[in-house]
Design a protein around this ligand. Structure first.
Ligand code: IPM
Ligand code: MN
Length: 334
């Protein structure tokens, strides 16, 4: 029928409500996508968290998935499902853009940062152990292979989004070996992209400068190891109004998963109060990734128009609209 099939992981808490907004708006915009909803409730197999086979098959078959927030089950043996998904599909680059939203006032105007986070290793490798009682070791694993892969992606992404500079963010002054390897690899990869300016900056300095004045970061793609990217991407989100407004994409060679970075907000789940903007913007990144740019532009313009008007916005943004009212306002602007 000429439609793309996309895996939908609705997620927990507010996940189903915000997913519904995406489905409604996509249907209203006639986006040629069929959703294949899957359950990713984890199973424990030999003491490890595993994703149900059907969910894995679906993402593998469709190459592309959209994902709502997933709560991690509490209990021994369970590792974050979010991380398990990234690792299962080898989604090595996490793309996190933050762009100021017209009409939503923050202390900063015209922010337009793009952060690429290494997504498979670093402190997130999950290698830790008790040495003796009261002493633990967590391994920060850095490999040239994973570094090279995400760095190359960052340069290619700079080209794709029209940024002229790539900056590696690191702490090689202290983490001499691990960040040193990342930084040296960055310098090597930079030679493959002579038309893109490359430099490096210490993470703490980046934090200081970006909250003082984010504008000098608008012409750069920032690329960094996993944990730094986790932290700095929330900081960037803070510049434009928080995680309710920022999309993200986990990119791999075989498939990609686009997701909202915020949590499942159990306190407001089921009440129709959630803001679906982050998941919607993630679905727009997904459309761009699939080459469906016309649909992406149309939906994005409609969202920005509703936010700029500021009349039909959700409680987190200071409005009174329900999730469905906001989605309907977006559909009217299509
Ligand atoms: C994120 C989240 C995750 C992370 C959590 C939920 C495991 O904070 O996507 O940034 O730390 O990567
Ligand atoms: Mn995070």
């Amino acid at each position: 029928d000429g439609k793309f099939t996309v895996t939908l992981i609705e997620g927990d808490g507010i996940g189903p409500e915000i997913s519904q907004s995406v489905k409604d708006i996509f249907a209203a915009a006639n986006v040629p996508i069929k959703w294949e909803a899957v359950d990713v409730t984890p199973r424990l197999k030999d003491g490890r968290t595993v994703i149900p086979e059907e969910a894995i098959d679906s993402v593998t078959r469709n190459y592309v998935a959209l994902k709502g927030p997933l709560a991690t089950p509490v209990g021994k043996g369970h590792v974050s499902l979010n991380l398990t998904l990234r690792r299962t599909f080898n989604l090595f680059a996490n793309v996190r853009p933050c762009k100021s939203i017209a009409g939503y006032k923050t202390p900063y105007d015209n922010v337009d940062t793009v952060l690429i986070r290494e997504n498979t290793e670093g402190e997130y490798s999950g290698i830790e152990h008790v040495v003796v009682d009261g002493v633990v070791q967590s391994i920060k694993l850095i490999t040239r292979e994973a570094s090279e892969r995400v760095l190359r992606f960052a340069f290619q992404h700079a080209d794709a989004v029209g940024k002229r500079k790539v900056r590696a963010v690191h702490k090689a002054t202290i983490m001499k070996m691990s960040d040193g390897l990342f930084l040296n690899t960055a310098r090597d990869v930079a030679k493959e992209f002579p038309h893109i300016e490359f430099d490096a900056e210490l993470l703490d300095n980046t934090c200081l400068k970006i909250v003082t004045d984010p504008i000098p970061y608008n012409d750069k793609v920032l690329v960094m190891p996993n944990l730094y990217g986790d932290i700095l991407s929330d900081m960037c989100a803070g510049l434009i109004g928080g995680l309710g407004l920022t999309p993200s994409g986990n990119i791999g060679d075989e498939c990609s998963i686009f997701e909202a970075v915020h949590g499942s907000a159990p306190d407001i789940a089921g009440k129709g109060l959630a803001n679906p903007t982050a998941l919607l913007l993630s679905s727009i990144m997904m459309l761009q990734h699939m080459g469906l740019n016309e649909f992406a532009d149309r939906i994005q313009n409609a969202i920005f128009a509703v936010l700029a008007e500021g009349k039909t916005i959700t409680g987190d943004l200071g409005g009174k609209a329900k999730t469905s009212e906001y989605a309907e306002a977006v559909m009217k602007k299509l």
